[in-house]
Design a protein around this ligand. Structure first.
Ligand SMILES: Nc1ccn([C@@H]2O[C@H](COP(=O)(O)OP(=O)(O)OP(=O)(O)O)[C@@H](O)[C@H]2O)c(=O)n1
Ligand SMILES: C[C@](O)(CO)[C@H](O)COP(=O)(O)O
Length: 231
């Protein structure tokens, strides 16, 4: 599949500190069933028939380790480059976007810490991004969500009906996401995902269904869960 005969590129931010994991190794390199989390994640995209290139964003001091122990070890074919990340996820994604080939049509941005993404979700994200220019993957929340003040006083309880837990991949036309990132970084807009920036600049973004298994490995409990259903 191509976007008007243009490429489908993937940016995988994997340059975080993993502070909430509270381990002495970066969570991307924790192994599930003997394989690093980041390797599982990259493999999903390297094996996808529509993906043309992959850009990995790693911590500056982990680039060589990543190249040797992940990219070379697992013989990934589509990884074009491993670039240095930044202080925030936003900065890391921007560094990755700048390395994407110019003739790219669609970019999917996917957390390195989400190794459970399926080929079906990837295909759906590419297809929907082709049609809608901007999409995010998510699932309807299962718990009641409350807005709480710093003194733990409950402010409000939004209607659960319209609330979704957002995941990745998040997919965009390359021109759109690069333009929003150029502006957002320049204006120092703080975001926790990529879609926020596209929404901030007034563009419509479509939600598509992901999977409750497409979790982000964030805290130690997630490793226990992940070990159970990685495959
Ligand atoms: N400066 C950063 C921060 C995060 N990420 C990546 O973005 C994804 C989602 O971020 P998160 O789960 O928050 O990772 P960390 O920031 O490492 O976690 P923590 O907040 O616990 O430190 C991860 O794959 C992480 O490696 C990144 O590339 N660059
Ligand atoms: C992008 C994301 O995974 C969507 O849920 C999430 O916002 C990343 O947040 P983090 O704090 O960088 O893990």
């Amino acid at each position: 599949m191509s976007y008007n005969t243009k490429k489908v590129s993937i940016v995988i931010p994997a340059a975080g500190m993993g502070k909430r994991m509270n381990k002495d190794i970066n969570k991307q390199y924790i192994e599930l069933k003997g394989k690093a989390i980041l390797a599982w994640t990259i493999e999903r995209f390297d094996n996808n028939k529509y993906v043309d290139e992959i850009i990995i964003v790693a911590k500056e001091d982990e680039i060589d380790f990543c190249k040797e122990n992940i990219i070379k070890k697992y013989k990934f074919k589509k990884v074009k480059d491993v670039v240095a990340g930044g202080n925030e996820r936003r900065d890391s994604v921007f560094n990755g976007l700048k390395k994407v080939s110019e003739n790219t049509g669609i970019v999917l941005i996917h957390d390195g810490a989400r190794p459970f993404v399926t080929d079906e979700i990837i295909n759906d994200a590419i297809k929907e991004a082709l049609q809608n220019n901007a999409i995010v993957v998510g699932v309807p929340v299962k718990d009641t969500i409350k807005k709480v003040k710093e003194d733990n006083t409950i402010v409000s309880t939004p209607n659960r009906k319209g609330l979704w837990a957002v995941q990745t991949p998040q997919g965009f036309s390359y021109e759109l996401i690069l333009n929003c990132y150029n502006r957002g970084i320049e204006e120092d807009i703080e975001v926790t995902d990529d879609s926020m920036l596209v929404e901030y600049y007034g563009h419509s973004v479509k939600m598509i269904i992901g999977s409750y298994k497409n979790i982000k490995i964030t805290t130690p409990e997630d490793v226990i869960i992940g070990e159970a259903f990685i495959k």
